[in-house]
Design a protein around this ligand. Sequence first.
Ligand SMILES: Nc1ncnc2c1ncn2[C@@H]1O[C@H](COP(=O)(O)OP(=O)(O)OP(=O)(O)O)[C@@H](O)[C@H]1O
Ligand SMILES: [Mg+2]
Length: 248
Amino acid sequence: MTNTNTILYLDGVSVSFDGFRAINNLSLVLDRGEMRAIIGPNGAGKTTMMDIITGKTRPDTGTVYFDGTHDLTRYDEADIAMLGIGRKFQKPTVFESHTVEDNIALSLKGPRTVLSTLLNRRSADDARRIDEILATIRLEERRDELACNLSHGQKQWLEIGMLLAQDPKLLLVDEPVAGMTDAETEETVRLLKDVAKRHSVIVVEHDMHFVRELGVKVTCLHEGSVLSEGSLDHVSQDPRVIEVYLGR
Ligand SMILES: Nc1ncnc2c1ncn2[C@@H]1O[C@H](COP(=O)(O)OP(=O)(O)OP(=O)(O)O)[C@@H](O)[C@H]1O
Ligand SMILES: [Mg+2]
């Protein structure tokens, strides 16, 4: 069905809400280890596509395969998370009254009790993994800070770290730099590039400067289908993309 270099395969996917086709015959293939940027106007279906991949929304028609043989349309949200798909929503959801480090520790995959985690009884492996994640998300120096004291951008990074703690194969990130300062946005480019060294990533973003800095293949969605795909230069010179999105 899909070749071994493919982590995610969508073909002919459609879904309607009350007769409105939010996703319309959508096809998209993501390579293992690839980071892809998804752009497109409001209502294009970007978030709905993520809802379908994560099992929140079931498509009316079409196929969705993950990591070879897993037909995602047959699994529920919890199963899909277990299969190795992590999702970051736009609004950060961290444990505000816990430290940065504990937020990561509480998110680690595998059987651990909350109490043993909070009492700091960590195995050497867990401690190493936490250090590694804190380094990736640029919060090593703030590990003992309560999450509520972080900036909006740092909370976004922390939530990415909490996803990494689950060790997903594919990460879906919806508008990560919305509301960030320019400096945080720049750092998020480097952070996601680090993440993409070991994970496949789909990132939805309206910030074209950010997308340019990512330097990855871009898919522009419009009315629930792929309008244009390729390098950002290719996509941003496509007259149809200019008409429906970039020329606004
Ligand atoms: N659960 C739902 N019920 C009804 N309509 C929905 C539902 N989910 C999405 N839609 C509709 O589907 C269309 C696509 O929405 P979606 O949120 O996927 O767009 P988007 O590309 O993420 O836009 P934005 O850039 O504004 O985030 C919109 O018209 C939206 O109103
Ligand atoms: Mg959206």
